[in-house]
Design a binder for this molecule. Structure first.
Ligand code: HEC
Ligand code: HEC
Length: 445
């Protein structure tokens, strides 16, 4: 279909060279050439994200074939606080969920410099208004020493986390000896369950969520588990593994396929503004962003040091200079050459919430653009020898930065993430948080 449009556009440009019809913009042709030239397949179609309902087209693990029943269950469990029964203090029980740190309206990120689930209260407008509870010591809260990654378009993440430590294949082939060494959770890679499936089993423990038959029945989820996992014997049906499989199925169909850039890729030449198109042209061309952000989610499973600050330098709790997360890929492999290198994150729906980078050092997308444009590392702890050769001054003009920012902020913004949010969860609890302040903030009472 797209090829037809491009062909028609070409013919139109040739025949009507002087006519200014917005549909047949030479900029579209130029952009198409740049996008196709940057893609791993030679065609711009490479960057088209699958439709969420087309489960067969979505990357998945043979251990957990996608089904609609799993997706529906996962859609609730991701936001369901009822299972938060392993809270450290009574006041935290059943008040948090995955959605506490991965807030849909904030692009499935926390909208603050650090996500906190158990041990905090409040939500604010979009997750920014979360504060530590007094009775929790800093070490008792559920928070990590890096800013949460978005879970959008995560189906394309074959090795998850900033350091790529989860996942049994891909870049982790050959790292087997390190599985479970620095982070005991990564020992799950040995089970070859699928990257997200494995990670999330550990994630459910880390985030103090428990599933067993009693709880599942009590909160009304037994039927949904039976629907999704009827092929398993009952004694294997209601636990963290099945919960992880359902949540992972849900995560895999979180695809920003309605973003203007996606619609443009699918042939709607009017979906992006001229400004966004010029920005895209910079992204796939002169600004060199695509050298690293080059997979369908505009991230990649490669690791680079940009020399950004760490979370402890920007107000993160429960982290300090010795946090292994500061070492990036090196914190997982232990290898000198991997030190301070971080995975290239996806770029969809970033504009609705800051801050940015693994250490939350940039408040706005504009600051991020300026950081790339200046090409000067901000973290003196990262040796110059580690800094990526692709990170250097770009000499973009202010108006070029405007264009680039418009592409990232608006061109890559799927306007309807609400379609991935359930109307209610079966417990009837407020979500994604269920503490008293959050219930007020969210409008549950
Ligand atoms: C306390 C905040 C918090 C909660 C709660 C939370 N996460 Fe996260 N999540 C993070 C952080 C922080 C990272 C990045 C950690 C890193 O890479 O070092 C992350 C990363 C991820 C990733 C990896 C994304 C990628 O691109 O590699 C997935 C998947 C994920 N979380 C899923 C979940 C699920 C499912 C739940 C609920 C079981 C959950 N998260 C609950 C903070 C949280
Ligand atoms: C050398 C590879 C590389 C190049 C080139 C590159 N990036 Fe990145 N980008 C990364 C990595 C790695 C990160 C995460 C760094 C960190 O947090 O430690 C990142 C982070 C980002 C973020 C923040 C995402 C978030 O979740 O916080 C944005 C936005 C971004 N890049 C946009 C761009 C743009 C626009 C360009 C072109 C001007 C560009 N990048 C060029 C590797 C690259």
């Amino acid at each position: 279909m797209r090829k037809l449009y491009i062909f028609a556009a070409l013919v139109a440009v040739v025949l009507l060279a002087c006519k200014h019809d917005p549909l047949w913009n030479p900029l579209d042709l130029e952009l198409n050439t740049a996008v196709a030239g940057s893609s791993h397949s030679g065609s711009a179609d490479y960057f088209i994200l699958p439709e969420s309902g087309d489960l067969a087209a979505i990357p998945q693990s043979p251990a957990n074939p996608l089904t609609a029943a799993k997706v529906e269950l996962g859609k609730m469990l991701f936001f369901e606080s009822a299972f938060g029964v392993e809270a450290k203090h009574y006041s935290g029980i059943s008040t948090f969920s995955c959605g506490s740190c991965h807030v849909p309206a904030a692009g499935f990120r926390p909208n603050r410099m650090q996500g906190i689930a158990d041990g905090a209260y409040g939500f604010g407008h979009n997750g920014e208004g979360r504060e530590k509870l007094q009775e929790y010591a800093d070490q008792e809260i559920d928070a990590q020493g890096a800013r949460p990654l978005s879970v959008l378009n995560v189906a394309f993440v074959t090795n998850s986390m900033w350091n790529g430590s989860f996942g049994s294949g891909g870049v982790n082939t050959g790292t087997e000896a390190m599985w479970g060494v620095f982070d005991p959770g990564t020992a799950i890679n040995h089970q070859h369950l699928g990257t997200l499936e494995g990670q999330n089993i550990e994630g459910l423990k880390t985030h103090r969520l428990l599933y067993n038959r009693e709880l599942v029945e009590f909160y009304g989820y037994k039927g949904m588990f039976d629907q999704a996992f009827g092929d398993l014997p009952e004694e294997q049906r209601y636990n963290r593994t099945t919960a992880s499989f359902a949540i992972s199925a849900y995560l895999r169909q979180l695809l920003c396929n309605e973003a203007p850039f996606q619609r443009w890729l699918k042939g709607d030449m009017d979906a992006m503004s001229e400004e966004q198109k010029r920005g895209a042209l910079l992204f796939f061309g002169k600004a060199g962003c695509v050298r690293c952000h080059n997979e369908p989610n505009l991230g990649s499973i490669t690791f680079h040091a940009l020399g950004v600050e760490d979370l402890y330098q920007n107000g993160g709790l429960k982290t300090d200079i010795n946090d292994r997360r500061n070492l990036g890929r090196g914190g997982f492999t232990g290898k000198e050459e991997d030190m301070f290198r971080f995975r290239v994150p996806q770029l969809y729906n970033l504009g609705d919430s800051g801050p940015y980078f693994h250490g939350s050092s940039k408040q706005t997308l504009r600051e991020v653009m300026e950081y790339f444009n200046a090409g000067v590392p901000e973290n003196p702890r990262v040796p110059q020898s580690q800094i990526s050769a692709f990170f250097h001054p770009l000499n973009l003009s202010p108006s070029e930065l405007n264009d680039l920012e418009a592409f990232i902020r608006d061109g890559l913004r799927d306007p309807d993430l609400q379609r991935f949010v359930p109307k209610k969860v079966l417990s009837g609890f407020c979500f994604p948080n269920n503490d008293e302040q959050s219930r007020k903030d969210i409008g549950c009472e």
